[in-house]
Write a protein that binds this ligand. Structure first.
Ligand SMILES: [Zn+2]
Length: 465
């Protein structure tokens, strides 16, 4: 397996710390609203990566947090608390909002065939762990108290900008018209570890801490939840590219200051989904969710295919026009696969050979488009039907496009069609034999099942009522 590592900015051989095992961490959603399909692009690509690691024979333990406290509207700890904003919008409690949108997130994931990580941990479950790490950072002199809050002191680090390419303009996160600068910070990019003096009187979730009643900042949760389940040395950390700064930069700062050594070896970042006007976000234009796609008649797996057709490190532009093309591609692909008869014996050697081809091709920096190309190569090959189906089933463990699953509606229709046509045939026989009572009984039987038949000059036609 080769992977692009955001830390070194190179495609590298992926070598886990412990042979054969991978510890993988994913930043989870802030559950204050539905996930938009741009966020879900990251989760689809991370899902492929996890499945690909397993496909190549590695044992993966994957952990994801659920942010249900502490994430303010700017990632730089300013602005309104997102959870509180969601609660006010819907006249619910913060915990009701968290539960509702956590369920909605996993329901979207299920529709997109995204596997649930091995461990899913809400931030509010881990307050003692946060307090423990913050105490350690204070003891070691990496944190300070100001204006009753606890901040991380970025000036204590030799290298804070570990991902390198941030320039001063990009660092101006949080400097927006509706957001005021936090004057307690000693350095512009210092960040909050624990809020005690909340400027939000109605902050719903608060806990006792050595510094008074308060709540954690956003960044601390990922460091603590990751270490709680995966230990102090992590193989792989994933997220959307907009998490790189400040969130992942801050995670590394606090984690490595706390443990005193390198924390995570590989960083995997998925690029943005844009619409034709630019970056897609919740605040702009039509709020694109999985439910909206469904309402417009798209199978969510068409969106998964749309994502897999391009590389995760390239920005992807969404439009309904391109999604329509993908829907047509998906339909054609599925019917080509459905037409492959399950004939012959599975050629085990070929199965292994094509499995290895997939690992080689897709394992080169998660090249999902190459995986799809291989799928067409299988269909075009001279292999027998049973072997083809075996390989497709194998590939679908990573692609997760339900490639061998027959369209339920079509399957029902086939069955129905066969039944109706048999009855029509029988009715014609009855009429021929002048058994009109029998012919009428058949018509009534069909009508009772919602099938209308009509005698026309071209023969009998039928329709569903
Ligand atoms: Zn995170």
């Amino acid at each position: 397996m080769r992977l692009y590592n955001s830390l070194t900015k190179r495609v590298e051989e992926f070598i886990p710390i412990e042979e054969g095992r991978v510890s993988m961490y994913t930043c989870g959603p802030t559950v204050y609203h539905f996930a938009h399909i741009g966020n879900l692009r990251s989760y689809i690509c991370e899902d492929v990566l996890e499945k690909l690691l397993r496909f190549s024979g590695l044992d993966v333990k994957r952990v994801m947090n659920i942010t249900d406290v502490g994430h303010l509207s700017s990632d730089a700890d300013t602005g309104e608390d997102k959870m509180l904003k969601g609660a006010k919008r819907e006249h619910k409690t913060v915990m009701e909002i968290a539960r509702y949108y956590t369920d909605a997130f996993f329901s979207d994931c299920a529709k997109l065939n995204i596997k649930t990580p091995d461990v899913v941990e809400p931030a509010t479950n881990c307050i003692p762990e946060f307090i423990h790490m913050i105490e350690g950072l204070l003891e070691k002199g990496y944190a300070y108290k100001a204006g009753e809050n606890i901040y991380f002191d970025t000036s204590r680090l030799k290298e804070y900008y570990v991902f390198g390419n941030q320039n001063e303009d990009e660092l101006m996160v949080g400097v927006r018209d509706d957001v005021t600068e936090d004057t307690n910070k000693r350095n512009k990019n210092d960040f909050v570890l624990w809020f005690t003096k909340s400027k939000f009187e109605d902050q719903a979730l608060k806990w006792e801490s050595p510094w008074g009643v308060g709540y954690p900042g956003w960044h601390i949760e990922c460091s603590c939840i990751s270490m709680k389940h995966l230990g102090e040395r992590l193989d792989l950390h994933c997220g959307g590219i907009d998490n790189m700064f400040p969130h992942h930069t801050n995670e590394i700062a606090q984690s490595e200051s706390f443990i005193g050594h390198k924390w995570c070896n590989y960083w995997f970042h998925v690029h943005h989904l844009n619409d034709e006007t630019g970056k897609m976000s919740k605040s702009k234009g039509e709020f694109l969710t999985v439910s909206l796609l469904e309402k417009k008649g798209y199978d969510p797996l068409v969106y998964r295919l749309f994502v897999l057709q391009s590389h995760y490190r390239k920005p992807l532009t969404f439009s309904f026009e391109t999604l329509d093309q993908t829907a047509a591609t998906y339909k054609k692909l599925k019917s080509r696969i459905a037409a492959v008869a399950d004939e012959g014996n599975v050629d085990e050697a070929a199965l292994k050979e094509w499995h290895d081809k997939f690992v080689q091709a897709v394992g080169d920096d998660c090249n999902t488009a190459m995986g799809l190309t291989l799928l067409y190569d299988v269909l075009k090959s001279e292999l027998n039907g049973a072997t083809k189906r075996g390989i497709i089933e194998d590939y679908d463990r990573v692609l997760s496009l339900d490639l061998l699953k027959e369209d339920e509606e079509e399957a029902v229709d086939d069955e129905l069609r066969a039944y109706v046509e048999a009855r029509i045939e029988e009715r014609a026989e009855a009429k021929k034999a002048k058994d009109f009572a029998r012919a009428d009984a058949i018509r009534d039987e069909l009508a009772s099942k919602g099938i209308m038949i009509k005698d026309t000059r071209e023969g009998v036609v039928w329709s569903r009522a």
